[in-house]
Design a protein around this ligand. Structure first.
Ligand SMILES: Nc1ncnc2c1ncn2[C@@H]1O[C@H](COP(=O)(O)OP(=O)(O)OP(=O)(O)O)[C@@H](O)[C@H]1O
Ligand SMILES: [Mg+2]
Length: 209
């Protein structure tokens, strides 16, 4: 990687689609590993309560970690810094992690909804300092279009949509996803850029593909 390619503040890339099992996590962790192996300093933020990306990347099991991505929704700077896992598994060179946790589902969604004056903008408000410390930030999102995904998209500079083409079902939700992202762009984040759609499990023998 040449020095000229590094442009801080970091690009923030959300991997998002509300359909479960669409390879969001697979894409997020492999993209992080590849960029890390090229010498980029990468931070993965796991805002999925399932914490699947964290299970790939973290040395310790995500459920044993006391600090997690909830700090990005309601923490102060010190708590956010304390939630960064610097030690990560082999294959994740130069990759740091802010892990996912069930806490995101159980209490963060609820406190955003009930107590935040700007429930979609808490993460956007807090991510600025991290953007100065990394080359790329990748956010793995849950299979929903609720506040966790909304915050991730509002805090991002870019997004990628992974779509599995081996069945027609993933396509049904794409119009809803596009409308949701348009609303976030109009109300909060007009500069959000779509990097593209990543097609997976493509099989030309099937009519759906
Ligand atoms: N290209 C592929 N070919 C075959 N299997 C794949 C491919 N991509 C992902 N998978 C598998 O599909 C399953 C779902 O992938 P993954 O967990 O990345 O999806 P997800 O969108 O993150 O799911 P969730 O919505 O639950 O977070 C995993 O078992 C993964 O290993
Ligand atoms: Mg996932």
């Amino acid at each position: 990687m040449s020095e000229q390619k590094i442009k801080k503040p970091a690009a923030v890339i959300s991997v998002a689609i509300q359909k479960g099992g669409s390879a969001k996590t697979t894409l997020a962790v492999n993209l992080a590993a590849e960029l890390g192996s090229q010498g980029y300093n990468v931070l993965v933020i796991d805002v999925d309560p399932q914490a699947n990306a964290s299970a790939h990347i973290s040395v310790a099991h995500p459920s044993t970690l006391s600090k997690n991505a909830s700090t990005l929704f309601r923490g102060n700077l010190e708590e956010i810094m304390a939630s960064i896992q610097v030690e990560t598994n082999p294959g994740f060179e130069n990759v740091h992690l802010i892990p996912g946790s069930l806490e995101l589902d159980q209490s963060v969604e609820e406190s955003l909804r009930n107590h935040s004056p700007r429930p979609y903008e808490e993460m956007r408000r807090r991510i600025g300092l991290l953007r100065e410390a990394y080359d790329v930030i990748i956010i793995d999102t849950p299979p929903s279009l609720r506040l966790l995904t909304g915050n991730a998209l509002a805090a991002s500079t870019h997004y990628i949509v992974p779509i599995e083409t081996s069945s027609q079902y993933p396509l049904y939700g794409v119009a809803d996803l596009v409308a949701y992202i348009e609303r976030i762009k109009e109300s909060i984040n007009p500069d959000l850029v779509n990097i593209g759609v990543l097609i997976s499990r493509h099989d030309e023998r099937r009519r759906a593909c």
